[in-house]
Design a protein around this ligand. Sequence first.
Ligand code: PAF
Length: 280
Amino acid sequence: MRTITTLSEFKQFRDSLSGTIGFVPTMGALHEGHLSLVNKSNHTCDYTIVSIFVNPTQFTQNEDLSTYPKPLEKDSTLLKAFKVDAIFLPTNEIMYPEGFSTFVNEEILSRELEGKSRPSFFKGVTTIVAKLFNIVNPTHTFFGEKDAQQLRVIQKMVSDLNSSIQIISCSTVREKSGLAMSSRNEYLSAESRQSAYIIYKGLKHGLSLLKNGERNPDVIREEITKIFQLEPLAKVDYISISDNISLEEINGEIAGDILISTAVYIDDIRLIDNITYSSD
Ligand code: PAF
């Protein structure tokens, strides 16, 4: 496995490859969710490249950029065991050199859901992902459904910018309790980790209401809120019932394919998760 930190070395490496190239962009602190993307890439493509870069432009000032976990050695060992061909590990100076002034901004889907609580988040994500796509030049890229809105925004960006990269979405990987795997789970204490199961429990309850014919989004939001209230450490940021394609919040009668998504603080750690309902 190559570990590459400069653009020139990466270009040399990339020029030496022919065949399909799978790319998994990450911010490190790898968990089973990331590894499932790597695994999928290994099975789909001739080569797998993983980037690790904690992207400053997707954090706001009061977020956790400075404390974001960076267990590089552990990540490297994991990726080696998964027979990844290369890790791309650029610095801030490489990705955002002095005078950097061009951003990629998706302007419809990005405004919904997470965009309401974190208005500049997706601009940072689309900018860094577009840059990484240009550098890595993959044929395929792998994103997790846990970050459902990120996945939709990247799909839209790729389509709007006429890119031919194939985006493969991969199911959310969960802990035994149902808690979705996330690098931010590392911040949870043993006690708060136990409480965090409530997020998936609430989402599953919403899904079961939909499956049983409930079509009033307010009722579903209220019922999920009641579940979250069972856990004193849980503080809801939002509970959304939205159209699974447009991500627009549903306020009238529910119809079509639905994304139930939420952001919940567990002991001040903000966690997101979602579940989908298909009307077929
Ligand atoms: O999902 C993430 O880890 C990040 O948002 C991504 C896609 C690597 C961009 O920094």
